[in-house]
Design a protein around this ligand. Structure first.
Ligand code: ARG
Length: 419
C-alpha cells in the first residue's frame, strides 16, 4: 500500500483523535466538522484509492481545509486486487449467485487501512460515513472490531438527523466546500471490481434500469456488431495475462473492464437480500468480474475432479455469504481460503472468451492439467474407453437401489393383499 500523509503542523494539544474514512463527498466533508464539534476530537482523514474515480490528493487538500489535523491518501489498488479480489475469484464468489461482491470485499480492506492509521496516529476511534440501513456499516463495524476491538466506532450519518438540504446548510454555515458536481439521483459505489448503483427510480423494481444509471458499460444494443475475443491466461487460479501479454493484477482488471464494458458485458439487476433484513433492488456493472468468473469456472470445470467441483460449489456459496455479511476477518473465511487455495493448484491454462452484445461466452479452454481426454470422450475412431466394463459397473452402481426395491416392497406391490 502506497501512502502519502499531510499534516498542517497545527498544535492541537491533547485532544483525542478519530480516524475518518474520507471520500471527499458532501457527507464525509460535513462529518469532519461535525465530529470535531460533537465529540471535541481531532480528525485524521483517510482517502483510499481502490480504483474509483476521484483525485485522492485533492481529497487530502479538501480535508485539511475543512479542519482535519492530518490527512492521508492511500493507494491500495494492488493490495485490493491481489489479497481481496483474487481470493474471491478463486472462490467464484457471487452473492446469491449473481453479485460479484465488489463493494462487500472492499470494506474489510478499508477497515484494515483505517485501523493501521489509527494505530500509527494513536487514535482512539474510527469513523465512517455509512447509513443505518445498509450492509456497509455492518462490514466496517465488524471488521474494525475483529482487527482492533479496543477502538471506538462512530458513524455520524447513523447519528445525525440531517436531510441533504440541512447538510448543505451546515456546510455553508461552517465554510465547508460543497462538491461542485450535481448530486446524482443514485447512490453509487465504485472500485476495480465493479460499480454498484441504487436508489432513485431504481427503487421501483418493476422498471428497467434507465441508461443514465449505467456508466461502465454500453447498452448491448449499441455494442459493436462484431464480437471481440480475449484469451485469459491463468496460473493457479489467478489471471496473469490477456491475449498472451502478462499484466499485473490491477492493469489486467482495468483493461478487461474497459474491453468487456465496451461490449455491454457485466450488467446486473438484482433484488438482493441485505443483511439488515431488507430486500433492495440493486444494479451493478462488473464487466471484468463477470468475464473472469466465467472463464475461471470454465477452466476449473476442465481441471478439477467432479467431487471437488461439487463440494467446492457449496463452499463457494458460504464464502460469498461470509464476504457479504462482513465476516471477511473470520476464522471460517480463513479456513475456506485455505481450502480454495488447495483446489487451485492445477487451475492453470488459458480460456478464450467471446464478448458480444452483453454476453461473455467461454468458447475455448485448454490446460496442461486438463482431465478432459479426447480419447475417452470421443464417439469417433480412436475411442479408448473399455465398453465391456460398462455392464459390470452399472450392476454394482444400481445394486443398492435394486436391493432396496425388493426389501421395501409393499404387500400391494407383491400382489399379496395380506388379508
Ligand atoms: N448492495 C451492495 C452491497 O451491499 C452495494 C452497496 C453499495 N454501497 C453504497 N454505499 N452505495 O454490497
Amino acid at each position: 500500500m502506497h501512502c502519502t500523509n499531510s499534516k498542517d503542523g497545527r498544535e492541537t494539544g491533547n485532544r483525542k483523535k478519530i480516524v475518518l474514512a474520507y471520500s471527499g463527498g458532501l457527507d464525509t466533508s460535513v462529518a469532519i466538522k461535525w465530529l470535531e464539534d460533537r465529540y471535541d476530537v481531532d480528525v485524521v482523514a483517510v482517502s483510499i484509492d481502490l480504483g474509483q474515480p476521484g483525485d485522492m490528493e485533492a481529497n487530502v487538500e479538501r480535508a485539511r481545509s475543512i479542519g482535519a489535523v492530518s490527512a492521508y491518501a492511500v493507494d491500495a489498488k494492488k493490495e485490493f486486487a491481489e489479497d481481496y479480489i483474487w481470493p474471491a475469484l478463486k472462490a467464484n464468489a457471487l452473492y446469491q449467485g449473481v453479485y460479484p461482491l465488489s463493494t462487500a470485499i472492499a470494506r474489510p480492506l478499508i477497515a484494515k487501512i483505517l485501523v493501521d492509521v489509527a494505530r500509527k496516529e494513536g487514535a482512539q476511534s474510527i469513523a465512517h460515513g455509512c447509513t443505518a440501513k445498509g450492509n456497509d456499516q455492518v462490514r466496517f463495524d465488524v471488521s474494525i472490531g475483529a482487527l482492533a476491538p479496543e477502538l471506538g466506532i462512530v458513524a455520524p450519518m447513523r447519528e445525525w438527523v440531517m436531510t441533504r438540504e440541512e447538510e448543505i446548510d451546515y456546510a455553508k454555515e461552517n465554510g465547508i466546500p460543497i462538491p461542485v458536481k450535481k448530486a446524482s439521483p443514485y447512490s453509487v459505489d465504485e472500485n476495480l471490481w465493479g460499480r454498484s448503483c441504487e436508489c432513485g427510480v431504481l427503487e421501483d423494481a418493476s422498471q428497467e434500469p434507465p441508461e443514465d444509471s449505467r456508466s461502465w458499460t454500453v447498452s448491448p444494443q449499441h455494442a459493436p456488431d462484431m464480437p471481440a475475443y480475449v484469451e485469459i491466461g491463468f496460473e493457479k487460479g489467478v489471471p496473469v495475462s490477456l491475449d498472451g501479454e502478462r499484466l499485473d493484477a490491477v492493469e489486467l482488471i482495468v483493461r478487461l473492464n474497459e474491453l468487456a464494458g465496451s461490449h455491454g458485458v457485466g450488467r446486473i439487476d438484482h433484488v438482493e437480500d441485505r443483511l439488515v433484513g431488507i430486500k433492495s433492488r440493486e444494479t451493478y456493472e462488473c464487466p471484468a468480474a463477470i468475464t473472469l468468473t466465467k472463464a475461471h469456472q470454465s477452466l476449473e470445470g476442465m481441471v478439477l475432479t467432479r467431487d471437488v467441483l461439487s463440494y467446492k460449489k457449496g463452499a463457494e456459496q458460504r464464502y460469498a455469504e461470509l464476504a457479504y455479511d462482513g465476516y471477511w476477518f473470520s476464522p471460517l473465511r480463513e479456513a475456506l481460503d485455505a481450502f480454495m487455495e488447495k483446489t487451485q493448484e492445477f487451475v492453470t491454462g488459458t480460456v478464450r472468451v467471446k464478448l458480444f452484445k452483453g454476453m461473455a461466452e467461454v468458447v475455448g479452454r485448454s490446460s496442461p492439467h486438463s482431465l478432459y481426454n479426447e480419447g475417452l470422450a470421443t464417439y469417433a475412431k480412436g475411442d479408448e474407453f473399455d465398453h465391456t466394463s460398462a455392464k459390470g459397473f452399472i450392476y454394482v452402481w444400481g445394486l443398492p437401489l435394486r436391493t432396496a426395491a425388493s426389501a421395501y416392497r409393499t404387500d400391494e406391490a407383491s400382489g399379496d393383499r395380506g388379508e
